[in-house]
Ligand binder design. Sequence first.
Ligand SMILES: [Zn+2]
Ligand SMILES: [Zn+2]
Length: 107
Amino acid sequence: MPRNPRCCPRPSRRSTWKDSLLDRHEELAALDRDRALVPRPRGERCVREGTTWVHLRTCLTCGHNGCCDSSPRRHARAHFGADGHPVVVSAEPGEAWRWCWVDDELG
Ligand SMILES: [Zn+2]
Ligand SMILES: [Zn+2]
């Protein structure tokens, strides 16, 4: 610990800002490698129907992966229409919101 906590920490000669940028870069590259190993959810109905999706939403009731309203087939909404399961969560990495079809709002 520095004696005076108000002092800005000076980078030591062994670790420059360039080094820390490189470290950060390595870290992110490692994260990407890890993420690539995790199987991404797929829009099963899109795959079956030969279409693609923009983003996926996972049904909280049954785990169905449907595509969002920006996708051509809107399977997440169709799943609500067919089965009445009201709440989906984003299946996209880094997104942690829920959507309620009944109220058409984030919840
Ligand atoms: Zn779909
Ligand atoms: Zn469902």
